[in-house]
Design a protein around this ligand. Structure first.
Ligand code: BGC
Length: 261
């Protein structure tokens, strides 16, 4: 009989493909994370081969448990619909079906920021928060997750709001800070504009700031003037893996003890 192990989360990013099995009771990894460089070009075929290597590595640990995989793109019903920061071969590609065919098991394919937001909601910075939570990830682009009363509203893509005539992530992603050599004060001016628009459009109860730069949140979050509390994410680069594993388990009908509202 197949062994039921812990679900596996795999995060496909622009530079790395990272995976680990996740204990859903605690939202922690049950084995050391494995990472491969993202193949370049990051075509679906090349990336799926790398994902298969991650699954093979953890096969004893996960048994026949479901697998959650993130992509930095819109995903509707398993099909990828955009490709701002990955190979354009993903557009209109049924990634979920292709992964299931390659791996011979259930896969849930999900937007990277949605997975990260779901993890922060259940195990991280937004854990005790009910109401409307918006998580943004500041990185190569800007990802977003909208969470309302513990539910995820998927594919919000708030990094592509048009603000002052520009695609917001082209002005306010942390990659822009790096590329232009901006100080935290200069970067905060851009974030102020971005988060003011988010606040005006959504009136959230809480904004959570994720992505690699969130570990330096004490250098810039206090510079922002907003009505809405804005706090750093706590799960850092583990969030995508944890959220993907949980979403996959829930999609497969695994009962995870619900958080109290
Ligand atoms: C993509 C989103 C993604 C975000 C972070 C954006 O450019 O459109 O789907 O969540 O980058 O990777």
């Amino acid at each position: 009989m197949a062994k039921h192990g812990n679900p596996l989360g795999i995060d496909i990013g622009g530079s790395g493909i990272k995976g680990a099995p996740v204990d859903l009771a605690t939202g922690t990894f049950t084995a050391k994370r494995l990472r491969f460089d993202t193949p370049q070009p990051s075509t679906p075929e090349a990336v799926i081969d790398a994902v298969a290597k991650v699954v093979e590595h953890f096969k004893d640990e996960i048994g026949d448990a479901p697998i959650g995989v993130t992509v930095p793109a819109v995903v509707t019903h398993g099909t990828v619909r955009s490709a701002a920061n990955i190979d354009h071969g993903w557009i209109d590609f049924d990634g979920e079906l292709a992964l299931e065919t390659k791996l011979g098991r259930d896969v849930t394919l999900v937007n990277d920021a949605d997975a990260a937001g779901y993890a922060e909601l259940h195990y991280g910075a937004a854990r005790d928060e009910f109401g409307l939570v918006i998580l943004t990830t500041l990185g190569t682009g800007i990802g977003s997750a909208i969470l309302y009363n513990n539910l995820l509203v998927p594919n919000s893509e708030l990094g592509h709001l048009e603000i002052d005539g520009n695609d917001a992530e082209k002005d306010a992603a942390s990659s822009v800070k790096d590329a232009l050599g901006l100080s935290y004060e200069e970067y905060a001016t851009r974030l102020q504009r971005y988060y003011s628009v988010l606040e005006a459009l959504f009136s959230p109860d809480l904004i959570v700031v994720g992505g690699g730069i969130s570990k330096d949140a004490d250098k810039f979050l206090h510079l922002l003037e907003l009505r809405t509390p804005i706090i750093p994410a706590t799960l850092q680069n583990k969030a995508g893996i944890i959220g993907a594993a949980r979403l996959a388990a829930e999609a497969a009908g695994v009962k995870v003890k619900p958080k109290k509202g």
